[in-house]
Write a protein that binds this ligand. Structure first.
Ligand code: NAP
Length: 293
């Protein structure tokens, strides 16, 4: 069994990105600039945005966080996005989700200039991804694809089960793995809360991608000998330590790992690959931006 070291691979990719940034600057071009919009004081969102700022700094990007109170109106946000869309100093623009209930996430996402949509959530970019065109792929599926590639994991003709059908993880993941490409060429089954016989379906899988948010859902009896298991889930569960919690994946690691050929740990697997994928997209946006080149 090989534990897929997302942390190490992400660190290597970050090094490559910072080299590219140095080259851009040496050519007299500006460092890529990521702008994040953060609404309200949600603890998890604050943490994620903080990580993004730290990552940008590490590779030499500029980053700006624009904070709005919970009471900001949708119109105010749309106006701000409109300004950023045409600001040639902004390379990538992300809006941290979730947003307060009075704001339509769909409307906000659709208002972002697709050329700056480094989260890959805009329907234009989703459409391009689905049809196999070059685009910004959302960070988690892109990070997983990169991890499979780095470890040269065979995917062609494999039965892949994706647990979860969210727009940001399960659905794009299933799509990418079914594409005529490497990694890809899988026969993909997508499972969700209405799926019957999940255990039996998983037990047939050569590759399982677990993205449910249900701690330790995947148990040893659901996993075939030699399967590849990618654990996307991150849930805080109470623990007897100084933090009072620990991060738990969707896979019961101890009992499942011994049956697998490859498995990701939580933390240190998909998480760092997700973070670095956003940096890759931002660098890509900088290279595509006519205003900066
Ligand atoms: P989400 O939007 O809540 O979607 C969860 C999906 O799982 C839904 O499709 C849901 O089915 C399905 N589901 C949940 N419980 C189930 C069960 N018991 N049986 C069958 N299906 C079930 O979540 P998400 O945004 O995709 O994220 C999933 C997990 O990944 C979360 O733990 C999240 O924190 C984590 N995550 C990690 C990273 C990372 O960087 N590592 C990035 C993104 C997300 P229905 O559609 O039928 O409701």
């Amino acid at each position: 069994m090989i534990v897929l070291d997302g942390k190490k691979i992400a660190q290597e990719i970050k090094k490559e990105i910072s080299e590219e940034v140095k080259t851009l600057i040496a050519q007299g071009k500006p460092a890529p600039h990521l702008v994040a919009i953060l609404v309200g004081n949600d603890g998890a969102s604050e943490t994620y945005v903080g990580h993004k700022e730290k990552d940008c700094k590490e590779v030499g990007f500029r980053s700006t966080v624009l904070r709005f109170s919970d009471s900001v109106s949708q119109e105010e946000l749309l106006l701000e996005i409109n300004k950023l869309n045409t600001d040639s100093d902004v390379t990538g623009l992300i809006v941290q989700l979730p947003l307060p209930a009075h704001i339509s996430e769909e409307k906000i996402i659709e208002s972002i200039n697709p050329d700056k949509d480094v989260d890959g959530f805009h329907p234009v970019n989703v459409g391009r991804m689905v049809t196999g065109l070059p685009t910004f792929v959302s960070a988690t599926p892109d990070g997983i694809i990169e991890l499979l590639k780095k470890y040269s994991i065979e995917t062609s003709g494999k039965n892949c089960v994706v647990l979860g059908r969210s727009n940001i993880v399960g659905r794009p993941m299933a799509n990418l793995l079914s594409q005529k490409a490497y990694p890809g060429d899988c026969t993909v089954t997508v499972c969700h809360s209405r799926t019957r016989n999940i255990k039996e379906i998983c037990a047939q899988a050569d590759i399982i991608i677990a993205a449910l948010g249900s701690p330790e859902f995947v148990t040893a009896d659901m996993v075939k000998e030699g399967a590849v298991v990618i654990d996307v889930g991150i849930t805080r569960v109470k623990a007897d330590n100084k933090n009072g919690f620990r991060l738990t994946g969707d896979v019961k690691f101890d009992e499942v790992s011994v049956k697998t050929s490859y498995i990701t740990p939580v933390p240190g697997g998909v998480g760092p690959m997700t973070r670095v994928a956003l940096l890759k997209n931002t660098l890509k946006a900088a290279k595509l931006s006519k205003s900066q080149f």
